[in-house]
Design a protein around this ligand. Structure first.
Ligand code: HPA
Length: 293
C-alpha cells in the first residue's frame, strides 16, 4: 500500500504520472468515448439504485475498465460503468456502480471519477446511496436529502500533494450540500408524493455494519443516516467547485434501532422495491435543475 502523499498506484506499465496527468489522460479518453458531449450533471448511483441508468436516453456506456487509471467496482450490484446521455433534456453522466474505500481503494481512487467528471465539464454532482436510518422518525423506504455530513471514514482525498496540485486543499465545507439543490429535491419529492426527509449523513469506511453502541453514539453526534460512501466524493466535488446534492434511500433502520440487524440483501431488496420512486424523484430533480441552469 502506498502513502496518501505519493502518486496513485498505476496499474499500467510506464513512467510514474501525477494525479493531474492521470486525470487528464482519463478525461481525454472518456470525453472521446462519449463523443465530447459535455455532461452537465454527474450522477453516482448507489447500491440497488443502478437501474436509473436505464432512464438515460441515447446512452453511451463506457466500462470503468476502459478508462485509464479508473478502478473497477467490486461491490455486489455495482455494474462498474459510465452511462452518458440525456434525461429530461439535460446531459447526464451516471456512474452505474461506485468505488468504495472498503473495496480496498485509497481515498483518491474513490474520488478519481468525481474529479474526472469535472474535467468533462460537469458542474453538478448528484450522489446517491443506500443508508441506514438512525432517526427513529424515518421509515424504511423513505428518502433523505443530505443537509450536511459527518466524515468518520478517517480519510480525505485531499491529503498529500496530489490534489493540491490542481486545486487548493484547504476548502470550506460550509453548505457543501447546495441549499438550492436541497430545496429543489425536497420540493420535487413533495410534488411527487414521495416521502423524503432532510438530514445529516454520517459516512464510515465499513465494510462491517455498525454496532448498536456506535449507532447510539452517532445519534448523539447528530446523525440521521449512516452508510459507507459519499463523503469522500463530496469533498472531491467541492474541491473542484461542483455543486452537490446527496440523496439516500433508507433501506433499513440502523443496527439496534427497533431491534434492526441490517444485512446486504435487505439493502438491495429495498432499492429494487423503491426503484420506480427513485427514477421519478431523479427526473423531478433534473427538471428542477434545468429550470435553474
Ligand atoms: N449501515 C451502513 N451502511 C449502510 C446501511 C447501514 O445500516 N444501510 C445501507 N448501507
Amino acid at each position: 500500500m502506498m502513502g496518501e502523499s505519493e502518486h496513485m498506484d498505476i496499474h499500467d506499465a510506464g513512467p510514474r504520472k501525477s494525479l493531474d496527468e492521470m486525470l487528464d489522460e482519463a478525461a481525454h479518453k472518456l470525453d472521446k468515448a462519449i463523443d465530447g458531449s459535455k455532461p452537465q450533471i454527474g450522477v453516482v448511483l448507489g447500491s440497488g439504485l443502478g437501474g436509473f441508468a436505464e432512464q438515460i436516453e441515447d446512452a453511451i456506456t463506457v466500462p470503468f475498465a476502459d478508462v485509464p487509471f479508473m478502478r473497477k467496482s467490486t461491490a455486489a450490484g455495482h455494474v462498474g460503468r459510465f452511462v452518458a446521455g440525456e434525461v429530461e433534456g439535460m446531459r447526464v453522466i451516471a456512474m452505474q456502480g461506485r468505488l468504495h474505500g472498503y473495496e480496498g481503494y485509497t481515498s483518491q481512487e474513490v474520488a478519481f471519477p468525481i474529479w474526472l467528471m469535472r474535467r468533462l465539464g460537469t458542474e453538478t454532482l448528484i450522489t446517491t446511496n443506500a443508508a441506514g436510518a438512525i432517526n427513529e422518525a424515518y421509515h424504511v423506504g423513505d428518502f433523505c436529502v443530505m443537509a450536511d455530513h459527518i466524515n468518520l471514514t478517517g480519510r480525505n482525498p485531499l491529503v498529500g500533494q496530489d490534489a493540491n496540485a490542481f486545486a487548493p486543499r484547504f476548502i470550506s465545507l460550509y453548505e457543501a450540500y447546495d441549499p438550492r439543490l436541497r430545496a429543489l429535491a425536497l420540493d420535487a419529492a413533495r410534488r411527487l408524493g414521495i416521502a423524503a426527509h432532510e438530514g445529516t449523513y454520517l459516512g464510515l469506511l465499513g465494510p462491517s455494519f455498525e454496532t448498536p453502541a456506535e449507532i447510539r453514539a452517532f445519534r448523539t453526534l447528530g446523525a440521521d443516516t449512516v452508510a459507507m460512501s459519499v463523503v469522500e466524493e463530496v469533498i472531491a466535488a467541492r474541491h473542484v467547485g461542483m455543486r452537490v446534492l446527496g440523496i439516500s434511500l433508507c433501506t433499513n433502520m440502523a443496527c439496534g434501532i427497533e431491534g434492526a440487524n441490517p444485512d446486504d440483501d435487505e439493502v438491495r431488496d429495498v432499492g429494487e422495491w423503491k426503484a420506480t420512486d427513485f427514477d421519478r424523484l431523479m427526473r423531478g430533480i433534473i427538471v428542477g435543475i434545468k429550470g435553474i441552469a
